[in-house]
Design a protein around this ligand. Sequence first.
Ligand code: FNR
Length: 363
Amino acid sequence: MSAQRKDDHVRLAIEQQDTRSGINQFDEVSFVHHALAGIDRPQVSLDTTFAGISWQVPLYINAMTGGTAKTGVINRGLAIAARETGVPIASGSVHAYLKDPTCADTFRVLRQENPHGFVIANVNATASVDDTRRALDLLEADALQIHVNTVQETAMPEGDRSFGSWVPQIEKIAAAVDVPVIVKEVGNGLSRETVLLLRQLGVHAADVGGRGGTDFARIENGRRPLGDYAFLHDWGQSTAACLLDAQSAGLPVLASGGVRHPLDVARALALGASGVGASGVFLRTLLDGGPEALIEQLTNWLDQLAALQTMLGARTPADLASNDLIIHGTLRSFCADRGIDTGRLARRSRSADTLHNATGKAQ
Ligand code: FNR
């Protein structure tokens, strides 16, 4: 059942890539254009640092798969692309290996093909400390992701219905392992309250994993003969909303869910993310064109992100978090209800201060 589910997820995620429509709230975030803010391309670096982790690029291939022959081939392709571009990569949930070690190679290929890369092992929030260590050992992992996915489990025909142990188990794992621990949602978002709780639990970073891209309620509902959980489709907060909500929560945040192109990466960084992940888009590219196509896409994204930073005057990805942003539409309503000051975001850059002061002096 578990193995069949992994293949179903790939098939249904790709179907979603082809049919996804509706609003993506990244489109409700725009940069205020300052025509003289640009810098020189050689001044731009893509380095990012958070939670004791240093990456040369603020982009990662987020958790997807492993556990079957077919998904092992996918992992091989993802790992080759990660190796050739220096992009960090997370495994799919290593639960399949913990239950059946004969599928070890379908995960281990992530490390074998990418011996010097940054590899993140992914487990669920019920994993024991021993199992978590086995997952980390399998991949010689540099960091751990614990996924939280109550909506997916609820829509999943064979899903878990016991979530009460997750909070103490996350705390136990975070205290026990000696790599940075990232808790991630799988596409329904982390609220500010959840991020604050994660900080208390000793977690090192939160991947907000918001709505807007691959929708696991839709995927699991597609595996139900009656499709009777359609009311859970599109549940949760978008990635942009989560980033706004999590500002100054005191925990480094990563962004994933519905990231479509380098402008979305720049928007997420400007909204405070230290790194930005994508899954569905990269899977589509790999299955269509193989590792070469994914290498080309990742290289282009990084090049275009550097071009955007040059235009926006951001020497580092972290500098984007001082750029002025306008929040529109439904995202603006979310901010109003959650007490987020959009006016402050629109006037936070030094150039805006300068303009403002200059105007003040003229008066
Ligand atoms: C996923 N995702 C995922 N996440 C996780 O934490 N553990 C997992 O095992 C999986 N498995 C998985 C399989 C497939 C085929 C896809 C496409 C995705 C979720 C993923 O990491 C990410 O949170 C969501 O896909 C949202 O990002 P995108 O796809 O909108 O970029």
